[in-house]
Write a protein that binds this ligand. Structure first.
Ligand code: ATP
Ligand code: MG
Length: 326
C-alpha cells in the first residue's frame, strides 16, 4: 500500500539534504508518495507564520514525516511538529562512521529518550519576583511506554544490553517511579538489563562508550547525554534521529540549518539519509534500512566525501555515489 510521506525541507541545508534522502528512498522499490510541506523563514516572511496549519495537517495525516532543518524559528516549527505526530520517544543513534574523526570511534549506541515529561513538561511558575519553581512530572504510564519502546527497539536491533539511566538516589519519588517501572518491564523481556546513575553514566560514556547499546532515559538527561554521545562520534553531519508516536513519526537529522554553508550545495546529506533509513525500519523494512546504511558507510569508506569530512564532493556527488552503491 502507498505510504504518504510528508516532506518538509524547512530552512538552509534542509533544502539540500532532504531531496538527497528522497532520491535514495525513490531508488528503493517502495511505494512512497512524497507530499511537500512548507515551513521556515521564507514561509514566515510570506505568510506570517513559519509553520502553516496546512503543513501541520499534512504531518498529522501522513504515515510519517521527513523533516530537513529549521533556523531561527526552530522552536516554532519543530516543537509543534513533534506534537503533531504525538511523539513520546526521541531516538538518537550515536554511531561512529568510517572516515569521520570521532573521539571514540568504537561508539555504537542508541538513546531512547522520553520526550513528554520530566522537567520539560512545562510546569513552571514564578512564586515571587525572586523565586521560581518547576514541577518534575513523571507518570508510570509514560515510563512504561518508553521502557517498552526501548526494549522493543533493543530486541529488533539485536542489542545485547539495555541501560536505564536515572537519578533515583536523589529524586526518589519521580525517578524511583521511572526506574522501577523500567525494571518491571525488564522482567517481561529477554534482553540484558541494567541501571545507571546519570552522572556516573556521563563519565563512563566518555571513557567506555563501547559498553552501551541502548540507553533509555528521562527527558532532560536524554537531551544532554545524547549530545555528549554525538560529540564522541564527531560528525554533526552524520547523526540521524526519530521522533516516534503511537501511530506516526517524524525523522530528522540532528544538525540545524547550517546557514554558513547553505546554498553552496556542499552539505553532507548522511544524517538526513540515515534518518530516512530509520523511517524504513519504522515501517518494518529493516532490510532496506540496513541497505541504505551500508551504502552510506561504503561511500564514506572509499567514495567521495563532502568538505565537512575533509573531501571536496558536493551533496549531489555524494548522493549519486550512495545511489550507485544501492
Ligand atoms: P541552526 O541555528 O540552524 O542550528 P547553526 O549555525 O547552529 O544553525 P548547525 O546546523 O547546528 O548550524 O551546524 C553547526 C556547524 O556544523 C556549522 O558550521 C555547519 O556548517 C556544520 N554542519 C552542520 N550540519 C552539517 C552538514 N549536514 N553538512 C556539513 N556541515 C554541517
Ligand atoms: Mg545548531
Amino acid at each position: 500500500m502507498t505510504k504518504e510521506i510528508a516532506a518538509i525541507p524547512g530552512d538552509g541545508i534542509g533544502q539540500e539534504v532532504l531531496p538527497a534522502a528522497i532520491d535514495v528512498l525513490e531508488a528503493l522499490d517502495r511505494d512512497f508518495e512524497f507530499v511537500e510541506g512548507r515551513a521556515g523563514n521564507a514561509v514566515y516572511e510570506r505568510e506570517g507564520t513559519p509553520l502553516p496549519e496546512e503543513t501541520r495537517e499534512l504531518a498529522r495525516e501522513a504515515d510519517a514525516t521527513l523533516f530537513g532543518a529549521a533556523g531561527e524559528l526552530a522552536a516554532d516549527i519543530i516543537l509543534p511538529l513533534r506534537q503533531d505526530v504525538e511523539a513520546f520517544a526521541n531516538v538518537r543513534p550515536a554511531r561512529a562512521y568510517p572516515g569521520v574523526d570521532g573521539v571514540k570511534p568504537e561508539t555504537d549506541l542508541v538513546f531512547v529518550r522520553e520526550n513528554t515529561q520530566g522537567v520539560y513538561a512545562g510546569i513552571e511558575s514564578d512564586l515571587t519576583d525572586d523565586v521560581a519553581t518547576l514541577t518534575r512530572l513523571i507518570t508510570g504510564e509514560a515510563s512504561r511506554k518508553i521502557a517498552e519502546y526501548g526494549f522493543e527497539y533493543a530486541d529488533e536491533h539485536d542489542a545485547d544490553r539495555i541501560t536505564v539511566a536515572h537519578k533515583a538516589n536523589v529524586m526518589r519519588t519521580t525517578d524511583g517511579l521511572f526506574v522501577d517501572t523500567a525494571a518491571e518491564v525488564a522482567e517481561e523481556m529477554d534482553v540484558e538489563y541494567d541501571e545507571a546513575l546519570i552522572d556516573a553514566l556521563a563519565m563512563h560514556l566518555v571513557m567506555h562508550p563501547e559498553d552501551y547499546d541502548v540507553i533509555v532515559t528521562p527527558n532532560l538527561a536524554g537531551d544532554v547525554l545524547s549530545d555528549l554521545a554525538a560529540g564522541l562520534v564527531g560528525g554533526l553531519g552524520m547523526l540521524p534521529s526519530a521522533n516516534v508516536g503511537d501511530d506516526n513519526a517524524l525523522f530528522e537529522p540532528v544538525h540545524g540549518s547550517a546557514p554558513d554553508i547553505a546554498g553552496e550545495g556542499i552539505a553532507n546529506p548522511s544524517a538526513m539519509i540515515l534518518s530516512a533509513a530509520m523511517m524504513l525500519e519504522y515501517f518494518g523494512d529493516d532490510e532496506d534500512g540496513q541497505r541504505v546504511r551500508n551504502a552510506v558507510e561504503t561511500v564514506l569508506e572509499d567514495g567521495p566525501r563532502t568538505p565537512d569530512l575533509g573531501g571536496d564532493a558536493s551533496t549531489e556527488e555524494f548522493t549519486d555515489a550512495v545511489l550507485e552503491e544501492l
